[in-house]
Each structure stands twice: as structure tokens, then as C-alpha cells.
Design a protein around this ligand. Sequence first.
Ligand SMILES: C[S@@+](CC[C@H](N)C(=O)[O-])C[C@H]1O[C@@H](n2cnc3c(N)ncnc32)[C@H](O)[C@@H]1O
Length: 324
Amino acid sequence: MKRLFATIASRGVHGAWLEQTIMPTHLKRLVHARMEKTGESYQQALRHVRAQAPDAGAADAPPSQERIARSRTLADTAFSIAVVRAEEATRPDADRLFGDPYAAMFAAAGTHVAESTQRFLELPFFRDGVRLRTRYIDDAVRAGLAAGLDQIVLLGAGFDARGLRMPEIVARSASVYEVDTAEQLARKRKILAAAGLKLPARIAHVPFDFDDAAFEQTLLSALEAKGFRRHAGAVFVWEGVIGYIDRDAIERSLRFMASAGGPRSRLIFTFGEGSFVPNTAAEVTQQAGFTSCEELGGDELWHRYLPGEAHPHAFLMKVGTAVV
Ligand SMILES: C[S@@+](CC[C@H](N)C(=O)[O-])C[C@H]1O[C@@H](n2cnc3c(N)ncnc32)[C@H](O)[C@@H]1O
């Protein structure tokens, strides 16, 4: 287990681990060859390989079957998060960080990916990382609502059920826009429908692929078609997504959020130690149009929400809130 953790730690967040699992073999070979030759980390080597051979990147132009399979695998990662959120309900009241009564039904629909879900659950920091980030984001969404924002955009929404489960969103009559692939959103509706649930009108599904070349205009049009008001202020949640998209898509997304939301908007996001290397999260968000960025490491989160003994593992995950 110690060795497994050391390997993961040297390579970055679990997104990088997943990337390696599903990456085309020829790209994997190039990345590992570069790591051996230069001593670079996995993330650094991948960035160089992609820069030198644009057609080698998984997100750049793989064969369509491969691309479809990759998209399905990424979508399936949402089940492992649902499992952790479902487990929260089994903890004693005093230990519970949040309540998600919808998580169990999403988790139960993921039996076809039980093996890969188990691999995530075995990562030493995965469970606590998901628990802590969920609570941090809930608190930050509440703070955004209290500051008067009434549009919430979940980018890479997966099985995030905040629009259904957070009473503060309902009390504020806030609109929730869930952005994910068409396939993932359809799957979410199907799971809800099987439990006799239908999305209320205040929650809109916006099918979208972050690899879309015309990202900024296309996504804005898609959101506006569902009622989003540009520049009226918004809370963007970007949870567990950065590890799965490339640097271009990260920067495009940040620019989009800063400009579409407009003044007072805020972005709540999770990332890994290596996500913005050689820059910091503050630098990258600032370049995209945000003016400030709070950043918390996993250990700080642990001490904030689970005071007491230090966690036995180092946390690689970080969370942040950037404000326009
Ligand atoms: C790890 S899940 C996180 C889900 C959710 N944010 C949460 O924390 O519960 C990642 C989500 O990002 C979505 N995603 C990944 N790459 C995407 C892309 N290129 N376009 C649209 N959605 C994408 C996946 O379909 C999946 O639902």
C-alpha cells in the first residue's frame, strides 16, 4: 500500500492515475520513456509529449471509438464519488460532513464498474478527499447564495445532486445548470426516473463536451437557451474535473467562467498539486479574469472539518474559490 501511495504521489492526483489507465498505449510509452530519460513527473512528461506530438494527446484526436470509450470511462468515475457520498449517511450524526440522500441510488446503478470503483476506493486519500471537498463546496455554494448569487453552474456535474439536496438553493430560488456529456446527463435522468423522480424546472441539463473547439461561444449559447443570464453573477462548481481535461480545456473553461458570469461571480474548484505547474492556481485564474483566489490544501481542509489527530496520509487534493 505504501508503494502504491508513493507511486500515486509522484504522479499527481487520481485523475493522472486514471489518465494512465485509459491512455492510448503509444502515448503511454512516450510518456514513460520521457519520465525515465528526464526524471520528470508524470504530469510534466505528459505535457511535453503532447506539446511535441499534438496528435498523441488523448484529448486531441484519437480514433473516434477510442474517444467514445475514454468519455465513458471518465463518466463512470462519477460512480465512485457517489459511493463515498452514499457512505456518509451511514456515519453517526456527529461525524457526518453532509447529507446526500440521492447518492445511494447513483451508487447502486454503478455495479457494471464495480472493479474500477474499488480501485478508486482503495486509494488512501480518496474517501476522505471526496468527503472533505464535498463539504467545502457545499459551504462555498451557501456563501455564494448568501452573497446574492442565484445562478449555479455545475461543470462536469456527474451525479452531483446539490440542486436537489441543498435547501438553501431552493430557498433562494436559484437556477442550477448541470453541464456534462449528453450521455452522462441522460444516464442521470434515467437513474432518477427509475426512482420516480423528475428534475424540477429550476434544474436544467446542458449537454456539452469540454473538448468542443468553439467552447466559449457554444457553451454560452447552450446555457442561455436554458435561461442563464450572462454577466448577472454565477457560482461555478468545477469538482473533480480538472484532472480529466487538458491544459487548453482548463484555460478555456476558466476564461469562459470569468467572462460569462461577470462581476461577483465565483468559481469553486478542486485540483491537484500538479494541475497548474509551472504556474499556481492563483496565477492561472488571474490570467483568465478572476481577481482573487483562495487555495486550501487537503491537510488544511482536514483540520477545518475533522479536527483531531492528523490524517495518516498526505493529501494531494486541493480546493479553491476564485472570485471575478
Ligand atoms: C469525476 S466525475 C465528477 C462529477 C461531479 N463533479 C462530482 O464531483 O460528483 C467527472 C465528470 O466530468 C465529466 N467530464 C469529463 N470530461 C468531460 C468533457 N470533456 N466534457 C464534458 N464532461 C466531461 C464526466 O462525464 C464526469 O461526469
